[in-house]
Design a protein around this ligand. Structure first.
Ligand SMILES: NC(=O)c1ccc[n+]([C@@H]2O[C@H](COP(=O)([O-])OP(=O)(O)OC[C@H]3O[C@@H](n4cnc5c(N)ncnc54)[C@H](O)[C@@H]3O)[C@@H](O)[C@H]2O)c1
Length: 341
Protein backbone atom coordinates (compact mmCIF):
# COMPACT_ATOMS: atom_id res chain seq x y z
CA UNK A 1 0.00 0.00 0.00
CA UNK A 2 1.31 3.43 -0.92
CA UNK A 3 2.65 5.61 1.89
CA UNK A 4 2.66 9.38 1.74
CA UNK A 5 3.70 10.24 5.27
CA UNK A 6 5.87 13.13 4.08
CA UNK A 7 4.01 13.83 0.85
CA UNK A 8 0.95 15.97 0.22
CA UNK A 9 -2.15 14.14 1.44
CA UNK A 10 -4.34 12.25 -0.99
CA UNK A 11 -7.35 14.32 -1.96
CA UNK A 12 -10.43 12.13 -1.49
CA UNK A 13 -13.83 13.41 -2.57
CA UNK A 14 -16.92 11.84 -1.01
CA UNK A 15 -20.38 12.85 -2.23
CA UNK A 16 -23.52 12.30 -0.19
CA UNK A 17 -21.27 13.04 2.75
CA UNK A 18 -24.06 13.73 5.25
CA UNK A 19 -25.80 10.46 4.43
CA UNK A 20 -25.80 7.22 6.33
CA UNK A 21 -23.19 5.33 4.26
CA UNK A 22 -20.82 8.28 4.59
CA UNK A 23 -21.26 8.24 8.36
CA UNK A 24 -19.65 4.79 8.40
CA UNK A 25 -17.32 5.43 5.47
CA UNK A 26 -15.62 8.63 6.57
CA UNK A 27 -14.20 7.22 9.83
CA UNK A 28 -12.99 4.14 7.95
CA UNK A 29 -11.14 6.30 5.42
CA UNK A 30 -9.61 8.32 8.26
CA UNK A 31 -8.56 5.10 10.01
CA UNK A 32 -6.56 4.07 6.93
CA UNK A 33 -8.89 1.30 5.76
CA UNK A 34 -8.90 2.59 2.18
CA UNK A 35 -5.39 3.83 1.48
CA UNK A 36 -3.40 2.21 4.26
CA UNK A 37 -2.24 3.13 7.73
CA UNK A 38 0.32 5.79 6.73
CA UNK A 39 -1.48 7.66 3.95
CA UNK A 40 -2.83 11.03 5.00
CA UNK A 41 -6.05 12.20 3.40
CA UNK A 42 -7.59 15.57 2.61
CA UNK A 43 -11.34 15.01 2.56
CA UNK A 44 -13.58 17.00 0.22
CA UNK A 45 -17.17 16.42 1.22
CA UNK A 46 -19.95 17.27 -1.22
CA UNK A 47 -23.60 17.64 -0.29
CA UNK A 48 -26.69 19.37 -1.58
CA UNK A 49 -27.44 22.75 0.06
CA UNK A 50 -30.27 21.49 2.34
CA UNK A 51 -27.88 18.98 3.91
CA UNK A 52 -25.04 21.41 4.60
CA UNK A 53 -26.04 22.00 8.23
CA UNK A 54 -26.04 18.30 8.89
CA UNK A 55 -22.72 17.97 7.05
CA UNK A 56 -21.35 20.63 9.37
CA UNK A 57 -22.09 18.29 12.26
CA UNK A 58 -20.24 15.45 10.53
CA UNK A 59 -17.24 17.74 10.07
CA UNK A 60 -17.33 18.63 13.79
CA UNK A 61 -17.30 14.93 14.64
CA UNK A 62 -14.47 14.16 12.23
CA UNK A 63 -12.47 16.94 13.83
CA UNK A 64 -13.26 15.68 17.32
CA UNK A 65 -12.04 12.20 16.39
CA UNK A 66 -8.53 13.71 16.09
CA UNK A 67 -7.57 11.28 13.32
CA UNK A 68 -3.79 11.42 12.79
CA UNK A 69 -4.28 10.63 9.07
CA UNK A 70 -6.83 13.38 8.47
CA UNK A 71 -4.93 16.33 7.02
CA UNK A 72 -7.95 18.53 6.25
CA UNK A 73 -11.69 18.52 5.66
CA UNK A 74 -13.60 20.72 3.24
CA UNK A 75 -17.40 20.70 3.24
CA UNK A 76 -19.03 22.18 0.18
CA UNK A 77 -22.10 22.11 -2.04
CA UNK A 78 -20.03 23.21 -5.03
CA UNK A 79 -19.03 20.24 -7.20
CA UNK A 80 -16.14 22.14 -8.81
CA UNK A 81 -14.62 22.77 -5.38
CA UNK A 82 -15.28 19.22 -4.23
CA UNK A 83 -13.57 17.53 -7.19
CA UNK A 84 -10.66 19.95 -7.71
CA UNK A 85 -7.43 17.96 -7.50
CA UNK A 86 -9.20 14.75 -6.45
CA UNK A 87 -6.96 11.66 -6.42
CA UNK A 88 -9.91 9.44 -5.53
CA UNK A 89 -13.65 10.05 -5.69
CA UNK A 90 -16.38 8.07 -3.96
CA UNK A 91 -19.76 8.99 -5.39
CA UNK A 92 -22.32 7.98 -2.81
CA UNK A 93 -24.88 10.77 -3.17
CA UNK A 94 -27.78 9.95 -5.47
CA UNK A 95 -31.48 10.61 -5.84
CA UNK A 96 -33.32 7.94 -3.85
CA UNK A 97 -36.02 5.78 -5.39
CA UNK A 98 -39.35 6.85 -3.90
CA UNK A 99 -42.42 4.65 -3.48
CA UNK A 100 -43.89 3.80 -6.89
CA UNK A 101 -41.14 5.61 -8.79
CA UNK A 102 -40.50 4.13 -12.24
CA UNK A 103 -36.99 3.18 -13.29
CA UNK A 104 -36.99 5.77 -16.08
CA UNK A 105 -37.84 8.53 -13.60
CA UNK A 106 -35.10 7.38 -11.21
CA UNK A 107 -32.62 7.27 -14.08
CA UNK A 108 -33.65 10.75 -15.17
CA UNK A 109 -33.10 12.23 -11.70
CA UNK A 110 -29.73 10.55 -11.39
CA UNK A 111 -28.62 11.29 -14.94
CA UNK A 112 -28.68 14.99 -14.06
CA UNK A 113 -26.57 14.44 -10.93
CA UNK A 114 -23.98 12.21 -12.61
CA UNK A 115 -23.77 14.41 -15.69
CA UNK A 116 -22.92 17.44 -13.52
CA UNK A 117 -20.49 15.52 -11.32
CA UNK A 118 -18.86 13.92 -14.39
CA UNK A 119 -18.27 17.37 -15.85
CA UNK A 120 -16.80 18.62 -12.54
CA UNK A 121 -14.49 15.61 -12.31
CA UNK A 122 -13.48 16.06 -15.92
CA UNK A 123 -12.58 19.68 -15.29
CA UNK A 124 -10.82 19.33 -11.97
CA UNK A 125 -9.70 15.85 -10.95
CA UNK A 126 -6.01 15.05 -10.63
CA UNK A 127 -4.50 12.82 -13.34
CA UNK A 128 -5.02 9.16 -12.44
CA UNK A 129 -8.04 9.88 -10.21
CA UNK A 130 -9.85 6.65 -9.37
CA UNK A 131 -13.63 6.88 -9.17
CA UNK A 132 -16.11 4.51 -7.60
CA UNK A 133 -19.83 5.08 -8.07
CA UNK A 134 -21.95 3.79 -5.20
CA UNK A 135 -25.22 5.70 -5.61
CA UNK A 136 -27.87 3.68 -7.40
CA UNK A 137 -28.42 2.69 -10.10
CA UNK A 138 -24.64 2.43 -9.71
CA UNK A 139 -23.66 0.78 -13.01
CA UNK A 140 -25.72 3.13 -15.15
CA UNK A 141 -24.71 6.16 -13.10
CA UNK A 142 -21.07 5.18 -13.75
CA UNK A 143 -21.78 5.00 -17.48
CA UNK A 144 -23.35 8.47 -17.48
CA UNK A 145 -20.52 9.90 -15.39
CA UNK A 146 -17.96 8.40 -17.74
CA UNK A 147 -19.65 9.94 -20.76
CA UNK A 148 -19.47 13.40 -19.23
CA UNK A 149 -15.91 12.96 -18.01
CA UNK A 150 -14.19 12.17 -21.32
CA UNK A 151 -10.71 13.08 -20.07
CA UNK A 152 -10.89 10.43 -17.35
CA UNK A 153 -9.93 7.03 -18.78
CA UNK A 154 -12.82 4.55 -18.55
CA UNK A 155 -10.52 2.19 -16.68
CA UNK A 156 -10.43 4.74 -13.84
CA UNK A 157 -14.21 4.68 -13.35
CA UNK A 158 -15.98 1.82 -11.59
CA UNK A 159 -19.26 0.86 -9.94
CA UNK A 160 -19.46 -0.80 -6.52
CA UNK A 161 -20.41 -4.49 -6.50
CA UNK A 162 -18.00 -5.44 -3.74
CA UNK A 163 -20.81 -5.44 -1.20
CA UNK A 164 -22.59 -8.16 -3.19
CA UNK A 165 -19.26 -9.98 -3.48
CA UNK A 166 -18.66 -9.79 0.27
CA UNK A 167 -22.18 -11.05 0.94
CA UNK A 168 -21.58 -14.04 -1.34
CA UNK A 169 -18.20 -14.84 0.22
CA UNK A 170 -19.68 -14.65 3.72
CA UNK A 171 -22.52 -16.98 2.72
CA UNK A 172 -20.11 -19.52 1.19
CA UNK A 173 -17.81 -19.41 4.22
CA UNK A 174 -20.78 -20.07 6.51
CA UNK A 175 -22.05 -22.90 4.31
CA UNK A 176 -18.74 -24.74 4.10
CA UNK A 177 -17.64 -23.89 7.64
CA UNK A 178 -14.42 -22.20 6.55
CA UNK A 179 -12.79 -18.93 7.62
CA UNK A 180 -13.75 -16.06 5.30
CA UNK A 181 -10.20 -15.60 4.13
CA UNK A 182 -10.04 -19.17 2.88
CA UNK A 183 -12.86 -18.74 0.37
CA UNK A 184 -11.79 -17.82 -3.16
CA UNK A 185 -13.10 -17.80 -6.72
CA UNK A 186 -16.48 -16.23 -5.88
CA UNK A 187 -17.64 -13.39 -8.11
CA UNK A 188 -20.59 -11.18 -9.00
CA UNK A 189 -21.56 -10.72 -12.63
CA UNK A 190 -23.60 -7.83 -13.99
CA UNK A 191 -25.74 -5.14 -12.46
CA UNK A 192 -25.80 -4.08 -8.80
CA UNK A 193 -29.49 -4.98 -8.68
CA UNK A 194 -31.67 -7.99 -8.09
CA UNK A 195 -30.59 -9.44 -11.46
CA UNK A 196 -26.93 -9.69 -10.42
CA UNK A 197 -25.45 -13.18 -10.63
CA UNK A 198 -23.49 -14.31 -7.58
CA UNK A 199 -21.36 -17.10 -9.04
CA UNK A 200 -19.92 -19.83 -6.82
CA UNK A 201 -19.34 -22.38 -9.56
CA UNK A 202 -15.57 -21.93 -9.26
CA UNK A 203 -15.46 -21.24 -5.53
CA UNK A 204 -12.57 -22.81 -3.66
CA UNK A 205 -11.62 -23.30 -0.03
CA UNK A 206 -7.92 -22.88 0.73
CA UNK A 207 -6.27 -26.05 1.92
CA UNK A 208 -9.33 -28.15 1.05
CA UNK A 209 -8.99 -28.98 -2.65
CA UNK A 210 -11.50 -31.80 -2.34
CA UNK A 211 -14.33 -29.53 -1.21
CA UNK A 212 -16.84 -28.94 -4.02
CA UNK A 213 -18.60 -25.77 -2.90
CA UNK A 214 -21.60 -26.21 -5.21
CA UNK A 215 -22.21 -29.69 -3.82
CA UNK A 216 -21.78 -28.57 -0.20
CA UNK A 217 -24.33 -25.83 -0.87
CA UNK A 218 -26.84 -28.40 -2.09
CA UNK A 219 -26.23 -28.47 -5.85
CA UNK A 220 -27.38 -26.23 -8.69
CA UNK A 221 -31.09 -26.37 -7.85
CA UNK A 222 -30.50 -25.30 -4.26
CA UNK A 223 -28.27 -22.48 -5.48
CA UNK A 224 -31.01 -21.29 -7.84
CA UNK A 225 -33.73 -21.54 -5.20
CA UNK A 226 -31.92 -20.28 -2.13
CA UNK A 227 -28.39 -18.89 -2.34
CA UNK A 228 -28.72 -16.82 -5.53
CA UNK A 229 -32.03 -15.09 -4.64
CA UNK A 230 -30.82 -14.52 -1.07
CA UNK A 231 -27.77 -12.60 -2.30
CA UNK A 232 -29.76 -10.83 -5.01
CA UNK A 233 -32.34 -9.64 -2.47
CA UNK A 234 -30.06 -9.09 0.51
CA UNK A 235 -30.26 -5.31 0.20
CA UNK A 236 -34.07 -5.46 0.29
CA UNK A 237 -33.98 -7.79 3.32
CA UNK A 238 -31.81 -5.29 5.19
CA UNK A 239 -34.15 -2.42 4.30
CA UNK A 240 -37.11 -4.50 5.50
CA UNK A 241 -35.40 -5.20 8.83
CA UNK A 242 -33.63 -1.91 9.48
CA UNK A 243 -36.01 0.44 7.64
CA UNK A 244 -32.83 1.88 6.17
CA UNK A 245 -30.49 0.51 3.53
CA UNK A 246 -27.15 -1.18 4.10
CA UNK A 247 -24.66 1.38 5.35
CA UNK A 248 -22.02 -0.27 7.57
CA UNK A 249 -21.50 -3.10 5.10
CA UNK A 250 -21.59 -0.72 2.14
CA UNK A 251 -18.90 1.43 3.74
CA UNK A 252 -16.73 -1.63 4.42
CA UNK A 253 -17.18 -2.76 0.82
CA UNK A 254 -16.23 0.67 -0.55
CA UNK A 255 -13.01 0.53 1.46
CA UNK A 256 -12.33 -3.03 0.25
CA UNK A 257 -12.98 -1.97 -3.37
CA UNK A 258 -10.54 0.94 -3.24
CA UNK A 259 -7.97 -0.91 -1.15
CA UNK A 260 -7.87 -3.77 -3.67
CA UNK A 261 -7.75 -1.40 -6.62
CA UNK A 262 -5.00 0.82 -5.22
CA UNK A 263 -3.04 -1.71 -3.23
CA UNK A 264 -3.66 -4.91 -5.21
CA UNK A 265 -5.78 -8.00 -4.57
CA UNK A 266 -2.82 -10.33 -3.96
CA UNK A 267 -3.96 -12.58 -6.79
CA UNK A 268 -7.45 -12.98 -5.34
CA UNK A 269 -10.50 -12.58 -7.55
CA UNK A 270 -12.74 -9.71 -6.46
CA UNK A 271 -15.75 -8.11 -8.18
CA UNK A 272 -15.87 -4.64 -9.71
CA UNK A 273 -18.33 -2.96 -12.04
CA UNK A 274 -16.09 -1.88 -14.91
CA UNK A 275 -16.31 -1.11 -18.61
CA UNK A 276 -14.95 -4.13 -20.38
CA UNK A 277 -13.96 -4.65 -24.00
CA UNK A 278 -16.57 -7.31 -24.80
CA UNK A 279 -15.33 -10.07 -22.49
CA UNK A 280 -17.80 -12.92 -21.97
CA UNK A 281 -20.04 -11.58 -24.74
CA UNK A 282 -21.02 -8.41 -22.84
CA UNK A 283 -21.32 -5.30 -24.96
CA UNK A 284 -18.06 -3.32 -24.83
CA UNK A 285 -18.23 -0.24 -22.63
CA UNK A 286 -21.05 -1.55 -20.42
CA UNK A 287 -20.29 -1.00 -16.75
CA UNK A 288 -20.70 -4.63 -15.79
CA UNK A 289 -19.54 -6.45 -12.68
CA UNK A 290 -16.84 -8.94 -13.58
CA UNK A 291 -14.40 -11.11 -11.71
CA UNK A 292 -11.20 -9.05 -11.62
CA UNK A 293 -7.78 -9.13 -10.08
CA UNK A 294 -5.93 -5.93 -9.22
CA UNK A 295 -2.26 -5.20 -9.35
CA UNK A 296 -0.17 -2.02 -9.67
CA UNK A 297 -3.26 0.17 -9.34
CA UNK A 298 -5.03 -1.48 -12.30
CA UNK A 299 -7.84 -4.01 -12.51
CA UNK A 300 -7.90 -6.80 -15.10
CA UNK A 301 -10.90 -8.93 -15.93
CA UNK A 302 -10.21 -12.60 -15.25
CA UNK A 303 -10.45 -14.14 -18.69
CA UNK A 304 -10.88 -17.66 -19.99
CA UNK A 305 -13.31 -18.87 -17.32
CA UNK A 306 -15.69 -21.62 -18.35
CA UNK A 307 -19.25 -20.36 -18.02
CA UNK A 308 -21.79 -23.16 -17.71
CA UNK A 309 -25.27 -23.04 -19.19
CA UNK A 310 -27.05 -22.02 -15.99
CA UNK A 311 -24.53 -19.24 -15.36
CA UNK A 312 -24.88 -18.02 -18.94
CA UNK A 313 -28.62 -17.52 -18.46
CA UNK A 314 -28.08 -15.42 -15.35
CA UNK A 315 -25.33 -13.39 -17.03
CA UNK A 316 -27.51 -12.74 -20.08
CA UNK A 317 -30.44 -11.65 -17.90
CA UNK A 318 -28.43 -9.09 -15.95
CA UNK A 319 -26.78 -7.91 -19.17
CA UNK A 320 -30.21 -7.35 -20.72
CA UNK A 321 -31.29 -5.32 -17.71
CA UNK A 322 -28.23 -3.11 -18.06
CA UNK A 323 -28.91 -2.59 -21.76
CA UNK A 324 -32.49 -1.55 -20.89
CA UNK A 325 -31.17 0.90 -18.26
CA UNK A 326 -28.70 2.25 -20.80
CA UNK A 327 -31.47 2.75 -23.32
CA UNK A 328 -33.68 4.52 -20.74
CA UNK A 329 -30.74 6.73 -19.77
CA UNK A 330 -30.12 7.49 -23.44
CA UNK A 331 -33.71 8.56 -23.99
CA UNK A 332 -33.53 10.80 -20.96
CA UNK A 333 -30.34 12.41 -22.14
CA UNK A 334 -31.41 12.76 -25.74
CA UNK A 335 -34.68 14.26 -24.59
CA UNK A 336 -32.50 16.76 -22.79
CA UNK A 337 -30.84 17.42 -26.15
CA UNK A 338 -27.59 15.85 -25.09
CA UNK A 339 -25.12 14.07 -27.34
CA UNK A 340 -25.15 10.33 -27.92
CA UNK A 341 -23.83 8.07 -25.10
N1 LIG B 1 -23.60 -0.01 -4.85
C1 LIG B 1 -23.90 -0.50 -3.65
O1 LIG B 1 -23.47 -1.59 -3.28
C2 LIG B 1 -24.79 0.26 -2.70
C3 LIG B 1 -25.01 -0.23 -1.40
C4 LIG B 1 -25.81 0.50 -0.52
C5 LIG B 1 -26.39 1.68 -0.95
N2 LIG B 1 -26.17 2.12 -2.21
C6 LIG B 1 -26.72 3.40 -2.68
O2 LIG B 1 -25.92 4.43 -2.14
C7 LIG B 1 -26.67 5.65 -2.12
C8 LIG B 1 -26.52 6.35 -0.79
O3 LIG B 1 -27.06 5.56 0.24
P1 LIG B 1 -27.22 6.17 1.72
O4 LIG B 1 -27.83 5.09 2.52
O5 LIG B 1 -25.98 6.83 2.18
O6 LIG B 1 -28.33 7.27 1.42
P2 LIG B 1 -28.68 8.55 2.29
O7 LIG B 1 -29.99 9.04 1.77
O8 LIG B 1 -28.52 8.34 3.74
O9 LIG B 1 -27.55 9.59 1.85
C9 LIG B 1 -27.43 10.07 0.55
C10 LIG B 1 -26.90 11.49 0.65
O10 LIG B 1 -26.63 11.94 -0.67
C11 LIG B 1 -26.93 13.31 -0.69
N3 LIG B 1 -27.09 13.75 -2.09
C12 LIG B 1 -28.18 13.63 -2.87
N4 LIG B 1 -27.94 14.20 -4.06
C13 LIG B 1 -26.67 14.66 -4.02
C14 LIG B 1 -25.86 15.37 -4.94
N5 LIG B 1 -26.31 15.70 -6.14
N6 LIG B 1 -24.60 15.70 -4.57
C15 LIG B 1 -24.15 15.36 -3.35
N7 LIG B 1 -24.87 14.72 -2.41
C16 LIG B 1 -26.13 14.38 -2.76
C17 LIG B 1 -28.21 13.44 0.14
O11 LIG B 1 -28.41 14.75 0.60
C18 LIG B 1 -27.90 12.46 1.27
O12 LIG B 1 -27.30 13.11 2.38
C19 LIG B 1 -28.11 5.23 -2.47
O13 LIG B 1 -28.31 5.50 -3.86
C20 LIG B 1 -28.12 3.75 -2.22
O14 LIG B 1 -29.10 3.09 -2.99
C21 LIG B 1 -25.38 1.45 -3.09
Amino acid sequence: MASNGGDPPMVVTVTGAAGQIAYSLLPAICAGRMFGPTTRVALRLLEIPPAMTSLGGVVMELTDCAWPLLASVTATSDAAEAFAGANAAVLVGAFPRGPGMERAELLAKNAGIFKAQGAALDAGAAPGCKVVVVGNPANTNAMILSHFAPSIPKKNISALTRLDHNRAVAAVAAAVGAPLGDVGGVCIWGNHSSTQYPDVTRATVAGKPDVNVVEVMGGQQALSETFIPTIQKRGAAIIAARKMSSAMSAAKAICDHMASWVGGSDGATVSMGVAGAGEYGIEAGTFFSYPVTCTGGEWSIVEGLTVDEASRKYIDATSQELQAERSDALSVLSAAAESKL
